[in-house]
Design a protein around this ligand. Structure first.
Ligand code: 6IA
Length: 135
């Protein structure tokens, strides 16, 4: 299974460790196309924004599923979710319950994707298991 994992980059890197844990766990199900989302030292490279966009859209089109950690609001992640819907990909959005802000209605209210709420990483991994096992 080819998994596109989405998590905030320019939206803020506070949750990068959480992304890394989820990405590591997802490897038991197949290939994670976007491992860079969980790397702490992620930094801007010479790659132009246009190249990043092109590459990520190609990866998303080739993916079997999109799993997005959406606790840190990110324009890029929101865009990827919308595109994944357009590409008819199964989508799981994971949102930490402790987050002060409520999840956007554009995600929480969309019946074409699955939004799940979790408190602990163990819970998040279980939600991933449930989602992946139905694919
Ligand atoms: O708006 P954001 O930057 O928070 O959007 C984050 C999402 O967009 C992630 O799920 C990524 O898939 C994608 N994305 C945004 N920026 C990059 C990026 N920057 N590289 C790859 N994917 C990105 C370059 C940093 C570095 C890895 C060279």
């Amino acid at each position: 299974m080819k998994i596109y994992f989405a998590g905030s980059i320019r939206g803020g890197r506070d949750d990068w460790k959480l992304y890394a844990q989820m990405i590591d766990y997802l490897k038991k199900y197949g290939v994670v196309l976007t491992e860079f989302v969980g790397i702490s030292s992620i930094s801007e490279t010479n790659l132009s924004d246009a190249k990043i966009y092109e590459r990520d859209m190609a990866l998303l089109q080739g993916a079997d599923v999109l799993i997005a950690e959406v606790s840190t609001p990110s324009l890029g992640v929101g865009y990827e979710i919308g595109k994944a819907e357009e590409f008819n990909k199964p989508i799981l959005c994971l949102y930490r319950k402790t987050t002060e802000k409520r999840l956007s209605a554009m995600i929480a209210g969309n019946t074409k994707l699955k939004s799940e709420y979790y408190s602990t990483i163990e819970e998040a991994l279980q939600l991933i298991d449930e989602f992946v096992s139905t694919r």
